[in-house]
Write a protein that binds this ligand. Structure first.
Ligand SMILES: Cc1ncc(C[n+]2csc(CCOP(=O)(O)OP(=O)(O)O)c2C)c(N)n1
Ligand SMILES: [Mg+2]
Length: 807
């Protein structure tokens, strides 16, 4: 616990007393931090702040029960919880508000995330997830309300899996012991979110050690409980979930946020039972206050009634705690005053240290820029003397990199037209280069794993097909390959709708549950958000989960968790946290508005940070799974729905061969037009290429990108265009969707524009969803004939004589 202990006393009674006074110190310190933090924003030394005032006692009582190996997944009010465990230092509290980018000083966010968004490391620089039983652990916080809840399911499930299968312990490098609890926290209003209810239901069914404390301060910003929660009470609402004798369900507890004894008792009991029996617990902490209002962005006097404000003052948990200490004679006024003084001093010191650290981090760069500005001033040329503007930037109360960089860039623009000043121009150029490189590290790196565990490092291993290889259904290749993977990786688990008993709706997991057990291959309810959450939590604790979403069109139900949590995890923690999970789904084509969609643009836009694999057949899909399990990047694999019952040759090195990420494959060599595509359209493309060759002697180079994220890392496509001078992008997303993404990558990033002799073409699906049936699909999506038309017309553009109109 982070504290300067009051006095160390011997007897049990005295120990309890010391603990109480320590708690008072911590609650008071935390409140001072909130007060000072708010002031920093209002003084203009920080942009924004959100604090945990009013919730101090609740969190102390909650954190008391946290053990090494446990996991927290909470929200922005949890500063006292984190202080109690020593996971937050007062200095760091301020460093977060200022946005200090020094990861040593601001380890939770490195300046990337809001203040009070906490995290601990779960992965080391070598990509090893380990030693989690020796530390207090916290998933990294996100701002979307209730977004922290789905992952609790996986964090808790990991304990259950290991308790029931102790042999897993060793396979997880002893990162999970089986007795750990996943501690969640959420505001009362955020329980209105669907993902909260979905998680409660799943946890109550699965019976996992998950505790959720609801901090009920009666408001979600300004909107009161009566508009948020039925009967104005989440514990009342959830009564139907309550565990009865011989049923599954949830234990529900209530207590009051200003009553220290009640809080301590309730949390002790609820967490002990949750830990021992692995029954989820909901602790509804009522009558909580929010003395400083929601955040620094507003004032609660605007929407709280006078009576409420009076009540909040009286029932402030620290005032009530003090009253109780005095009334029960545990300490006198003078003792408490001494504690208060000490806490206030500590908070101020922390603020000053953090501010100094933040501002000094600018010193070297500011000074070297000052040198350039004064060199210019010494030239005695009025137009190049920018000392005054520079001093204004330098003396800003709140220094920012933006102000410095913007000044330096503009200075560069100004000097550009002026003759001479060679040395100064060179110095400025160097300054800008160095500054930008440093800023990039601070803000633009770590979207994906960058060390030895980057999946980009996994090299391709060719698939081996023996001469007499049998032709089997696509799903058999997947199933046999998964069989090898489950044997090879003892921490591999999979789950989803119909994944377990049935082996998924398309039989890719056929026989897996029988072979590897229900704990590793399991069914879930229909609940895409928490299927993803389950994966995130399990991956954080060292499992390798494959979370199955039954069809690509239903990925949308899991999208918030994929986008807000999984995709941003690596980035928002600067690589300190990774959840290397695979999302397995299937889609693109198979007749039906919600069974044939290909919403790639949605994924490309919302899921940067997650690899996107788009195999054209099951041999390729299996090779992708083989690669992904060797790296630590999360990935989505979309198996082509039409391919399960198509025959493929059975490889002889299943589980071994690998597809390199971001490396396209040329399926058909050609010299007239480059056709770039992926997934099922590769088949249409190859057929169209054959037909064009046969009928018109047009030679098409067909390129399968294999993965959309990463995309053609070695710029293979532009090499093809250098030869053909024409490019067409074919896919079955909406116009302006993934085809436009590929176009941007190739034309803009790979600079293919210089090599084109006709306009680049995109051939996507129609704007609407794919209509039902063979015809509905045919007249919505790209086809062999449409590809033929498009390519012929491109040829015609450069040689009208040779290629007369098709009609
Ligand atoms: C999905 C989403 N919607 C809206 C918001 C904006 N927002 C931030 S906090 C908040 C209120 C949350 O209230 P509550 O859950 O009671 O927590 P409290 O702040 O009162 O502790 C809202 C609406 C958000 N962050 N995320
Ligand atoms: Mg609230």
């Amino acid at each position: 616990m982070y504290l300067e202990k009051t006095v160390v006393l011997e007897s049990t009674e005295n120990k309890a007393l010391t603990e109480i006074l320590d708690d008072y110190y911590l609650a008071y310190l935390s409140r001072q931090l909130s007060l000072l933090g708010r002031r920093e924003v209002h003084n203009g030394r920080a942009h924004f702040g959100i604090f945990g005032d009013g919730k101090e006692l609740t969190q102390i009582a909650y954190a008391r029960n946290f053990r090494k190996g446990d996991w927290r997944s909470g929200y922005y009010r949890d500063q006292t919880f984190m202080l109690y465990l020593g996971l937050l230092q007062p200095e760091e509290f301020f460093a977060m508000i200022y946005g200090d980018t020094d990861l040593n000083f601001n380890p939770s966010t490195g300046g990337r995330n809001f203040n009070n968004h906490f995290s601990t490391r779960n992965i080391d620089e070598n990509g090893q997830i380990k030693d989690l039983m020796t530390t207090y652990n916290s998933a990294s916080d996100i701002s979307p309300t209730a977004g922290q809840i789905p992952r609790l399911l996986g964090l808790a499930q990991a304990s259950k899996l290991v308790r029931e299968h102790p042999e897993l312990k060793e396979k997880l490098n002893n990162n999970v012991n089986g007795n750990e609890v996943a501690f969640g926290s959420i505001g009362d209003a955020s329980t209105s979110e669907g993902m909260f209810f979905e998680t409660i239901n799943a946890a109550a069914i699965m019976q996992v050690p998950l505790a959720i404390a609801v901090y009920d301060d009666g408001y979600g910003i300004s909107v009161p409980k009566k508009l948020q929660t039925t009967k104005e009470s989440i514990s009342e609402v959830l009564k139907g979930f309550k565990k009865e004798k011989n049923t599954n369900g949830l234990e529900i507890y209530t207590c009051k946020g200003w009553d220290y004894e009640d809080l301590v008792k309730t949390f002790e009991k609820s967490i002990a039972e949750c830990r021992e029996k692995q029954v989820p617990a909901l602790i509804h902490v009522q009558e909580v206050t929010q003395p400083l209002g929601h955040s620094t962005s507003g004032s609660h006097e605007r929407y709280k009634s006078k009576e409420r404000l009076v009540w909040e003052k009286e029932f402030d948990c620290i005032s009530q705690f003090k009253k109780w200490i005095l009334e029960t004679g545990k300490a006198d006024e003078a003792q408490l005053e001494e504690i208060e003084k000490r806490a206030t001093k500590r908070a101020r010191q922390a603020r000053d240290t953090a501010w100094k650290h933040y501002t000094e981090s600018y010193s070297a760069e500011t000074e070297s820029l000052a040198g350039i500005v004064s060199q210019l001033a010494n030239k005695n040329i009025k137009s190049v003397d920018h000392s005054d503007e520079f001093n204004a930037v330098k003396n800003k109360l709140f220094p920012t990199r933006r102000a410095l960089f913007s000044f330096a860039k503009r200075l560069k623009f100004e000097l550009h037209g002026i003759d001479g000043l060679t040395a100064e121009k060179e110095d400025l150029k160097n300054w800008l280069g160095k500054f930008e490189a440093r800023t990039k590290v601070m803000y633009n790196r770590q979207l994906h794993r960058e060390g030895v565990d980057s999946t980009l490092n996994v090299e391709a291993v060719p698939v081996q097909i023996d001469k007499d290889a049998p032709m089997v259904n696509g799903h058999d290749i997947l199933a046999e390959n998964f069989h090898k993977l489950f044997a090879k990786y003892p921490n591999l688990v999979t789950f989803g709708e119909d994944t377990g008993f049935m082996g998924d709706v398309n039989q890719g997991m056929k026989g897996m549950q029988e072979a590897f057990g229900e704990h590793r291959v399991s069914d879930t309810g229909i609940r895409e958000t928490t299927i993803i959450g389950q994966g995130v939590g399990l991956a954080l604790r060292g499992f390798r989960p494959i979370a199955e979403i039954q069809y690509l069109d239903y990925l949308m139900y899991g999208l918030p968790t994929l986008s807000d949590d999984l995709a941003s995890m690596q980035y928002r923690t600067m690589g300190k946290q990774a959840a290397p999970m695979i999302i397995r789904t299937r889609g693109h084509q198979l007749q039906g508005m919600w069974h044939a969609g290909s919403p790639m643009q949605m994924i490309l836009g919302a899921m940067r940070g997650i690899f996107l694999c788009v195999p054209r057949n099951m041999t390729q899909a299996a090779g992708m799974y083989n690669s992904l399990l060797e790296g630590n990047d999360p990935a989505l694999v979309i198996e082509p729905l039409k391919g399960y019952n198509v025959k493929e040759q059975l490889p002889s090195n299943l589980g071994e061969y690998k597809v390199a990420m971001g490396v396209p494959e040329v399926l058909n060599e050609g010299s007239d037009v480059t056709l770039v595509t992926y997934a099922w359209n590769t088949h249409h493309a190859v057929k169209a290429a054959q037909l064009l060759k046969e009928l018109k002697n047009i030679s098409v180079e067909v390129i399968d990108v294999q993965t959309l994220m990463p995309f053609d890392v070695n710029h293979r496509i532009v090499e093809s265009i250098k030869k053909t001078n024409k490019v067409i992008f074919v896919d079955e997303d909406v116009p302006g969707g993934a085809s436009a993404y590929m176009l941007q990558k190739v034309i803009d990033e790979q600079k293919a524009f210089n090599y084109l002799d006709t306009a680049p073409v995109t051939l996507p699906a129609a704007e609407h969803r794919p209509a039902y049936g063979i015809d509905g699909e045919y007249f919505t999506k790209p086809t062999v004939e449409r590809i033929y038309d498009a390519i012929y017309n491109m040829m015609r553009e450069t040689n009208v004589k040779k290629y007369p109109p098709l009609d």
